[in-house]
Design a protein around this ligand. Structure first.
Ligand code: LMR
Length: 336
């Protein structure tokens, strides 16, 4: 009996959500999909979200209306997953680090120096590890629709040029809400502090933090280079996004609409895989051209010193993330 009531309640919520999105079930208004994210429109994710909206609005004209809200206009990443579960927003694409309290296994992607190259990364996402992670999201009533790339993170700060792990100690770093990232900076003697992305620029400017890690694109589009003296090209960690929706909302969409939206998502995912790196390289060049930040490149052996310094983090999180997931990536590294 309880089970029946629970299914009825879930069904009711889903119908209410889709009905809310169309205005009323009987009205033939377009279904509204609000896509909330925190970065600028000129970043890989910003461009991908806009492309998704454009294609959906063209191909499903009159049936669907996708509206993108960039720059944390609607929600920070901390709030957006709750908003998704209550139907206040229909789509989001937070970085994997933001799922720590929902699906801690997704911190796999935060492990420093995990992926040998992009082939390993995509084989991880498209293969068994990815399937397991998508399934775990499903248990939280979220549906993972795709994974989108940004790129690899670099370390910026205002205290000193960082060339070796010991240079990275004693610095207060802003981090995303991932325990792996906290451990990563502690491993080199840094002081990590969780903070929303929208607050990083002013925290750097006011000296609330000394440094942060992010991709070239995120540092360029949010103008961190104006308030940050040094960036070291460490490429130490991946920054990727889980494109998510509320599974009940998605499952109650008309079948043809859902199929078209999923096809568009595949198209956009293919686009971002080809273009995210290019966007980052272009925006790295713009940071260098601005001339306000000293950009330091590391040799392979200097990078290796960071790899060794961060390595204990992999073992520390083996039980949280799952040895099977970590080993699956190690195996792919060995094969590629
Ligand atoms: C961050 O908080 O630094 C990133 O997750 C922002 C983003 O979405 O790329």
């Amino acid at each position: 009996m309880m089970k029946v009531l629970k299914s009825l309640a879930i069904f009711g919520l889903a119908v209410a959500m889709v009905a809310g999105a169309v205005g009323s079930v009987s009205a033939m208004d377009a279904i509204k999909i609000r896509f909330s994210h925190v970065v600028s429109p000129n970043t890989p994710k910003g461009q991908a979200a806009d492309m998704f909206a454009k294609l959906a609005n063209e191909r499903l004209k009159g049936k669907v209306e996708v509206q993108v809200f960039p720059n944390s206009q609607l929600y920070t990443d901390k709030k957006v997953l709750d908003a998704l579960s209550t139907g206040s927003v229909e789509m989001a694409a937070p970085s994997t680090a933001k799922f720590t309290s929902w699906v801690p296994q997704l911190q796999l992607f935060d492990l420093p120096f995990l992926f040998k190259n992009s082939d390993v990364l995509y084989q991880t996402i498209d293969g068994k590890p990815g399937k397991k992670l998508f399934k775990l999201l499903g248990k939280k009533n979220m549906l993972g629709l795709a994974m989108w790339d940004n790129g690899f993170k670099q370390i910026g700060n205002n205290l000193r040029e960082i060339k070796k792990p010991s240079d990275a100690g004693g610095i207060k770093y802003r981090i995303m809400s991932s325990k792996v990232l906290e451990a990563q900076f502690k491993a080199v003697g840094g002081n990590p502090l969780v903070m929303p992305f929208s607050e990083v620029y002013s925290a750097l400017e006011q000296g609330v933090i000394d440094g942060q890690e992010n991709t070239w694109s995120n540092m360029y589009s949010k103008k961190f280079f104006e308030v940050q003296k040094y960036i070291t090209g460490t490429d130490h960690g991946y920054l990727g996004y889980m494109v998510v929706t509320n599974s009940q909302f998605w499952n109650y969409l008309p079948k043809d609409v859902r199929a078209e939206l999923e096809a568009i998502l595949q198209e956009v995912t293919a686009w971002i895989r080809v273009n995210a790196h290019k966007i980052n390289m272009d925006q790295k060049a713009k940071i260098i051209a601005a001339g306000t930040t000293k950009v330091t490149e590391l040799t392979d052996s200097e990078k290796d010193a960071f790899r060794q310094a961060f390595k204990p983090v992999h073992d520390e999180f083996r039980n949280v993330i799952g040895g099977d997931l970590i080993d699956a990536v190690y195996e792919l590294n060995a094969k590629n």
